[in-house]
Design a protein around this ligand. Structure first.
Ligand code: GLA
Length: 376
């Protein structure tokens, strides 16, 4: 393990952290102006940072190739940076695009957010950079402003047309709660989620099937939703409710119907989940999760054999409910379980993967952690 001093030759001005996330419910709703309910993970990307005055961005990662990536801030442009360095570069570019007079810096990164696992490792990297720059350059930007800058960085510089959930989760989540977010106006409420106090655990199962949102499938789904909203004369699918769904489906071409059905029922599931949590009925959340997975599998088409197997094996072994989380095409599954069944359920999923000839999944329990912050 290196440290900032040995890479950059001086002490850092400070250290920041920004977490990854799992989404409890509300998948593929954020780019439809809908609702989401993520929690921040205890896993985070940490950055030690010191500003530079020569306009250079010098980036080092403990998970990198052992070399410093050096970039000229003034020359940053979409498409000009490859690999992990494009995420911090994108944020600096997006801040400058938004009119903030920011220059270079030395960065040392270390992350324990699994990559390619649907747990928002890239958003955590973007958000730690945004937060450090806000503090060091004394920018008058709030957490949601920084999330929007990070989303723009990912959309326009990295080239992934994601919604705002991951960046909002990494910036705005609070310890011990889930973030109920309306992605239309970014209205938010912290919803207490005392899983341990109810004898429950949230098991995360990383299937180790790498997902890659840049591969075009995500963009095609987003475009399909936008086309459906336009055909229905709505600003976004958020503006359709369960009561209006059957009539709306009749007006749409067959290939768009399942997409719309997922988005509308998923928004309703978020509202159902909120009502359950507000009523203190945490176990009632289980069937809502499992129904969400069926919708992502059957209507939205973003699950895969490994995520389907993890959900089925967890539920069969006694989980209260389970679903894939994040964009899909691999990645991770969450399962809500009684604490005393945690080990048995994790073992059952691992056994099912072995029997199917899949590589072993990585499992851990998630407790709702804090959003982006300065550590020192
Ligand atoms: C990815 C995107 C998010 C969101 C989810 C699906 O994580 O980055 O914006 O669309 O997929 O809910």
């Amino acid at each position: 393990m290196t440290d900032f001093q040995s890479v950059h030759g001086a002490a850092p001005a400070g250290v920041w952290a920004a977490p990854g996330r799992v989404n409890l419910i509300g998948e593929h709703t954020d780019y439809n102006d809908g609702f989401v309910l993520p929690i921040a993970l205890p896993h985070s990307t940490r950055a030690a940072v010191r500003l530079r005055t020569d306009g250079l961005l010098r980036l080092w990662s403990e998970q990198g190739d052992g070399r410093v990536t050096e970039l000229d801030v003034a020359g940053l442009a979409p498409g000009a940076v490859d690999g992990w360095a494009k995420y911090p570069a994108a944020v600096v570019w997006a801040l400058r695009e938004a009119g903030h007079q920011v220059g270079g810096a030395d960065f040392w990164f270390d992350s324990d957010v699994p990559t390619g696992a649907g747990l928002s490792s890239s958003a955590s990297l973007e958000c730690v950079v945004a937060t450090a720059y806000r503090d060091l350059y004394e920018l008058d930007l709030g957490a949601a402003d920084l999330a929007l800058i990070a989303q723009r960085a990912e959309n326009a510089f990295v080239g992934v047309p994601c919604g705002v959930m991951d960046q909002m989760a990494s910036m705005c989540c609070a310890e011990g709660g889930a973030l109920f977010l309306d992605t239309r106006d970014l209205a938010q409420r912290q919803v207490p989620l005392d899983l341990a106090g109810r004898g429950l655990r949230l098991l995360v199962i990383d299937t180790r099937v790498k997902h890659d949102l840049a591969d075009g499938a995500y963009a095609a789904l987003r475009a399909g939703c936008e086309r459906a909203a336009a055909l229905l004369g709505l600003p976004a699918l958020r503006d359709l409710d369960l009561a209006g769904l059957p009539a709306a489906l009749d007006r749409l071409p067959a290939e768009l119907q399942p997409l719309v059905r997922h988005v509308v029922t998923e928004d309703a599931r978020v509202e159902q989940a909120i009502a359950l949590l507000d009523a203190g009925d945490l176990t009632g959340l289980g069937p809502v999760l499992t129904a969400g997975h069926a919708s992502l599998r059957d209507d939205y088409g973003v699950s895969c054999p490994e995520t389907d197997l993890a959900v089925a094996a967890a539920v069969e072994a006694g989980a209260l409910g389970a679903r894939m989380t994040g964009g899909g095409f691999g990645g991770s599954v969450i399962a809500l379980v009684d604490a005393d069944r945690l080990d048995g359920i994790a073992a059952a999923v691992t056994g099912a993967f072995k029997a199917a000839g899949y590589a072993g999944p990585r499992t851990f329990t998630a407790t709702p952690a804090a959003g982006a912050r300065r550590l020192g």
